[in-house]
Design a protein around this ligand. Structure first.
Ligand code: MD3
Ligand code: FE
Length: 200
């Protein structure tokens, strides 16, 4: 496994997962899921997204970037729930709060190709991920494209912290395994990634 990558299997108990989901339902009512588009090809992502926090990650013909408002409503993103901020403070090892929480929604068949997270100014802060719902097959490689990769299953309630050298490693989601969780009534998976974007 990559140095700096830390796994906390089942870090969130079922009740905490349900509460987080309730928070997310409210947030998504205010900041609806949108389908991002690849800058070069104009192809839609198979994952739908929204964000919480001061800054949100968006992708369209103009490129990848962080911005303070929702691309369709023009409104500021909803706040990051306190429970997520507390989780970040407990496990990130970073002394400033995150500015962005990207919410990725995968239905069955959605995936995310191998990529690096490099749209942030501050790579010294880790990225923290929380998985909810159906189990995903997560793939992680090294810092170069085309290197060796390995897979890891991410189940509901699992938390991953990508710090150190793992912060700039290639990673993606191969697939979501249907019927592996009862948290979401209609199945699918939600991933939350907390990030520091600017240098404090
Ligand atoms: C390893 N999301 O939003 S989370 C992303 O499950 C993203 O939705 C995936 O990749 C998802 O950018 C994976 C786990 C993750 C997130 C960021 C990382 C792993 C990472 C950054 C560096 C290395
Ligand atoms: Fe990523």
């Amino acid at each position: 496994m990559q140095p700096g990558l830390r796994c906390f299997p089942g870090r969130l108990e079922t009740d905490a997962q349900r509460q987080l989901l309730e928070n997310l339902r409210g947030a998504v009512a205010d900041a609806p899921l949108f389908t991002p588009i690849m800058p070069r090809t104009g192809r839609p992502f198979t994952v739908r997204m929204t964000n919480l926090g001061a800054l949100g990650w968006v992708s369209d013909r103009a490129g990848y970037r962080y911005q303070p408002t929702h691309p369709e409503t023009g409104r500021p993103w909803p706040a990051i729930p306190e429970a997520l901020l507390e989780l970040w403070r407990a496990v990130s090892g970073y002394s400033h709060d995150p500015e962005a929480c990207l919410v990725n929604f995968y239905n069955c068949g959605a995936k995310m190709g191998l990529h690096r997270d490099e749209d942030e100014e501050d790579f010294s802060a880790p990225v923290l991920s929380v998985s909810l719902g159906d189990t995903a097959v997560f793939r992680i490689g090294g810092p170069e494209r085309g290197g060796k990769t390995e897979t890891l299953k991410l189940a509901s309630g699992d938390v991953l912290v990508m710090g150190g050298t793992s912060r700039l490693c290639y990673h993606g989601i191969d697939r979501v395994i249907a019927d592996t969780s009862t948290l979401l009534k209609d199945g699918g998976r939600i991933n939350l990634t907390l990030r520091r974007v600017t240098k404090p």
